[in-house]
Design a protein around this ligand. Structure first.
Ligand code: AMP
Length: 511
């Protein structure tokens, strides 16, 4: 049984996935002790000069799981988890899976606005992380740090593998992030499938360069896929080249995953940093469009294979394969990772369904009615085509999102906060192309009063508790917005104008 508020897969399909061994009935919280039995003293996690064996990881998970019970946090309760890239993140997340507590993965960069939203939508009873002042301000009952959770291991009620293990966050097609339920069964399948496809073995060393709470880092194959194969996960504090290159050289990292902006930074840094990167065999790049010119530089300049990854926290993952010819790897986003993935392209939009793609956001019936087709396909909001070789090419998107670096920013959310400023009457946020970040956030504003400066607007949004990565990079005041024939703000026209300052802004609105 899935947690109430979640949409299960149809029963006959679930039975089919089980009969095909896609869903194997594995509870994620049982994995650390299975891994400990298999890999024992091998190193599971490395962070700074801390090295944690599989055996110690299992012990820490068991003790931390007991901590939840000791605080009276019950199976089924939701708890917001907000930790940076540390062993504690891995330990606490698996402890929650084991205790049946549903983790809501907040981004480390989130502030009061986002944590408040996550805690409200999930009905969280607890918070684990460093920002206790935020959580206390939200009146969350149990405000904890990882060290508060130590306890003597206890027996936990049995976990239903078809139930939700944790919630990822949507990249935001609407104003605020939606919660994506990921089940034990579906996530175990995803990580296993991608680990196989990337040929991960116990000899691999995976560098978690991006935030660990991203689906990309956590399970594509990422942390879980690497641990499942008995490899080692190295946690970087941030994706900067200085730190990451030093870690690659020191730990002989073999696989990593980054967004295009980070790949670009690394290529530039290669000109002055000569750390030994020869251990690196595979660099996965995804989360935003990778320019073919940048893609073509990876193998010659970093000396490792490139894998393009198009994916989403909602599920569907498409990847180039390790033996694909270079021109396909450079120019396409590969193919869905599972033979059970079903995709359709309808009016240019990619739709997806399958054993690890959600059937509904948590507690969001109205949004779900729009975000899914009646037969359960998730409408990705991405525009795609398929090449004659069968590879997906992501051409653009129809959803109202700015992708800045790898961060997804819902235009509607920023607009809402801008409108709270007394001098902003109307706001329309659009992406503007940027060589380095891919896109930046451009806000067109209409005001009948004063015209606040960009720093003043940023300050006001910051004071509202909005995460810094969502602050506009540019604002421009105009007299009126361009409208579509249906009378909606024409964001295509605005985006084109943002990209070309010479375009006339002589828009008129009918009254
Ligand atoms: P998230 O769930 O935060 O990973 O965001 C998923 C969205 O990121 C997708 O729906 C796409 O819009 C975008 N995206 C991810 N990977 C790629 C890629 N390789 N190329 C273009 N867009 C991408």
């Amino acid at each position: 049984m899935m947690l109430p508020g979640c949409t299960p897969w149809p029963e006959d399909l679930a039975a089919y996935y089980r009969s095909q061994q896609v869903w194997q009935g594995v509870a994620l919280g049982d994995l650390p002790s299975e891994w400990a039995a298999r890999y024992g003293d091998a190193t599971a996690l490395v962070w700074h000069d801390e090295r944690i064996s599989y055996r110690d990881l299992a012990i820490r998970v068991a003790r931390t799981a007991a901590g939840f019970a000791r605080h009276g946090i019950q199976p089924g309760d939701r708890v917001v988890l907000q930790l940076p890239n540390t062993p504690d993140f891995v330990v606490v997340a698996f402890a929650m899976f084991k205790a049946g507590v549903k983790a809501v993965f907040s981004l480390a960069s989130h502030r009061s606005n986002e944590v408040g939203h996550l805690s409200d939508t999930s009905g969280a009873v607890g918070y684990v992380g460093p920002n206790h002042d935020i959580a206390h301000g939200l009146r969350i009952k149990h405000v904890l740090s990882p060290e508060d959770l130590d306890g003597t291991p206890v027996a936990h009620p049995e976990i239903d593998p078809s139930d939700v293990a944790f919630f990822l966050l949507s990249g935001g097609t609407t104003a605020l992030p939606k919660l994506i339920p990921r089940t034990h069964d579906d996530y175990a399948y995803q990580t296993r499938t991608v680990a196989d496809l990337c040929q991960v073995t116990s000899d691999d060393v995976y560098l978690a360069a991006l935030p660990v709470e991203f689906n990309f880092t956590w399970g594509c194959p990422g942390v879980i896929g690497t641990l499942h194969q008995g490899g080692t996960v190295v946690l970087a504090d941030d994706p900067g080249a200085d730190d990451c290159f030093a870690l690659i050289a020191r730990e002989k990292v073999t696989v990593t995953s980054v967004v295009p902006t980070v790949a670009h930074l690394w290529l530039e840094a290669r000109e002055y940093l000569d750390d030994d990167l020869s251990s690196l065999r595979l660099m996965q790049i995804g989360g935003a469009r990778l320019q073919p010119e940048l893609a073509a530089r990876i193998e010659p300049e970093l000396g490792c294979r490139l894998q393009q990854v198009f994916g989403m926290a909602e599920g569907l993952l498409s990847m180039s394969r390790l033996d694909d010819p270079a021109e396909r790897v450079i120019a396409t986003q590969g193919r869905p990772v599972s033979p059970f993935d079903e995709i359709q392209i309808v009016d240019g939009e990619l739709l997806a369904r399958g054993p690890y793609t959600l059937r509904g956001y948590y507690n969001a019936p109205e949004h779900n009615a729009k975000a899914f087709t009646p037969d359960g396909f998730y409408k990705t909001g991405d525009l795609a085509s398929v090449t004659p070789d069968g590879d997906l090419v992501i051409e653009g998107r129809i959803k109202d999102v700015v992708i800045r670096g790898g961060d997804k920013i819902a235009a509607g959310e920023v607009e809402g906060h801008l409108l709270a400023h007394p001098d902003v009457d109307r706001a329309a946020v659009v992406p503007v192309p940027d060589e380095f970040l891919g896109e930046r956030i451009y806000a067109f504003l209409v005001s009948r009063h004063g015209r606040p400066s960009l720093p003043e607007l940023k300050r006001s949004l910051h004071e509202r508790g909005l995460a810094d990565f969502k602050l506009p990079d540019r604002v421009e005041f105009v007299d009126a917005f361009p409208l579509t024939p249906l009378g909606k703000v024409d964001k295509k026209v605005l985006a084109a104008a943002a990209a070309d300052p010479m375009t006339a802004r002589d828009w008129k609105e009918r009254s």
